[in-house]
Design a protein around this ligand. Structure first.
Ligand SMILES: *[C@@H]1O[C@H](CO)[C@@H](O)[C@H](O)[C@H]1NC(C)=O
Length: 420
């Protein structure tokens, strides 16, 4: 489908201050927010958006040289967060045992995820290429913190990509995402932190800095970094914006361009000399002015470019075309899906259909049902059993992780929990 069944509900009349003022510094999962700040997707579906640019992984698999493969993998890691651009809606917290599957034959993958823990919330996912070219898996523990004006989401958990034809594994962690002005002012999103992608076979590493916006917004959305070999020799320079495109260039060409630039232009003293008088002193975090596009250094190679959003995106929570299709329930699908699949969740479905009252009611009912089930387990002294993933260690990093147990696509869904 190319659009959602109903346009988005306006949020402008809602003040969250009353709810949030008691909660500064708390973890956001402990705060109940009105549904109007949600988007009609489960967090499990939001994770699936990593797959939008999976062609970069197929491309990586086709490259004979490790350096070229790393360039594709770096582009994939950056592209995976691009769908978050201008997405300020909060996805629904998955219920314990909730699952989401996605098969895209046209894009060459299938994907399965499960909510494996509720406190703390942990989502595990596993995907494989339909041509046996890759495995992509991980577990995400989005630690959300409320800082008075902004909400920060730190996506803990390792992400692993295996290129099977090259017997290679790459691991990394996503950058931190911050939503500004959750109480008053215009909402905007920033990603920051350093992402290190390690090729465990060769020891090559790609270091990517997601720049925070900085005082004057100069750095907004910028990503800069390099690829180095195991002896820390720089092999390739990468630059661009996660909201736009990513370029790469040979380090020597990069250096000579920068040198030329320094000779050609008098050093700018503006940075430190700007008077603070004009700096924004209001209570909101000023929205940085839209910056010009990425300046391309001659001799660069384009590694990735964002897909344009559909024309009706603004009425659809700023979804991408890929995202719009995630919660579609085609006729006959409910007979094939696991009964725990997000597409069958009545609160998300109601919100998608524009029925906010029913969505709120259903959300409350589902959460109550989940609490009851937990109490029941406590009484009977039984532990929750995950279905498709098991706790273990990441085979490449040795850190705690959730590993796919297999079997989902054999579709024996007897004994799946009744969570809706
Ligand atoms: C969509 O993007 C626009 C433009 O940046 C922004 O004003 C709006 O708040 C965004 N909507 C959502 C739901 O995030």
């Amino acid at each position: 489908r190319t659009s959602l069944p109903a346009p988005m509900f306006t949020r402008s009349d809602f003040s969250v201050w009353g709810i949030l003022k008691k909660c500064i510094g708390l973890e956001l999962s402990k705060i109940t927010m009105p549904i109007v700040f949600n988007e009609p997707l489960s967090f499990l579906q939001r994770i699936t958006e990593y797959m939008e640019h999976i062609y970069l992984v197929h491309r990586a698999s086709r490259q004979p040289q490790a350096l070229e493969r790393m360039q594709c993998v770096a582009a994939f890691a950056v592209s995976a967060v691009a769908s978050q651009w201008e997405r300020t809606g909060k996805p629904f917290n998955p219920l314990l045992g909730e699952t989401y599957e996605l098969i895209r034959e046209d894009l060459g993958f299938r994907f399965i995820s499960e909510q494996v823990s509720h406190h703390p919330p942990v989502s595990a996912f596993y995907s494989e290429g339909l041509c046996q070219d890759f495995l992509f898996h991980g577990s995400i523990y989005p630690k959300l913190k409320f800082w008075g004006k902004s909400v920060e989401a730190e996506p803990r958990g390792t992400i692993t990509l295996e290129l099977l034809r090259h017997n290679e594994a790459y691991t990394w962690t996503n950058p931190t995402c911050c939503v500004h002005n959750v109480i008053i002012g215009k909402l905007w999103i920033e990603q920051y932190g350093t992402v290190e992608i390690l090729n465990h076979r060769t020891g090559d590493k790609c270091v990517l800095h997601f720049r925070p916006c900085g005082l004057f917004g100069k750095e907004l959305h910028k990503v800069e970094g390099h690829i180095q070999d195991k002896n820390k020799k720089k092999l390739f320079i990468i630059y661009g914006k996660w909201t736009e495109c990513l370029w790469g260039i040979d380090p020597a060409a990069y250096e000579s361009f920068r040198k030329q630039e320094r000779r050609g232009e008098p050093p700018r003293k503006a940075q430190s000399g700007i008077s603070m008088e004009n700096a924004d002193t209001e209570v909101v975090d000023a929205v940085p002015e839209v910056q010009d596009t990425v300046q391309v250094i001659p001799g660069s190679r384009l590694l990735w470019r964002i897909n344009t959003r559909p024309p009706n995106s603004a009425q659809m929570y700023n979804f991408t075309s890929f995202t719009v299709s995630l919660n579609e329930l085609q006729t006959g699908m409910e007979k094939i899906l696991a009964p725990t699949d997000c597409r069958l969740r009545p609160d998300i479905r109601s919100m998608e259909n524009g029925n906010m009252d029913l969505a709120s009611q259903e959300k409350e009912r589902l959460e109550e049902k989940q609490r009851e089930a937990r109490k029941e387990r406590a009484k009977e002294d039984t532990e929750w059993q995950t279905r498709w993933f098991r706790q273990g260690r990441n085979p490449h990093t040795g850190t705690p992780d959730w590993l796919y147990s297999g079997g989902y696509f054999e579709r024996d869904f007897s004994g799946c929990p009744d969570i809706y």
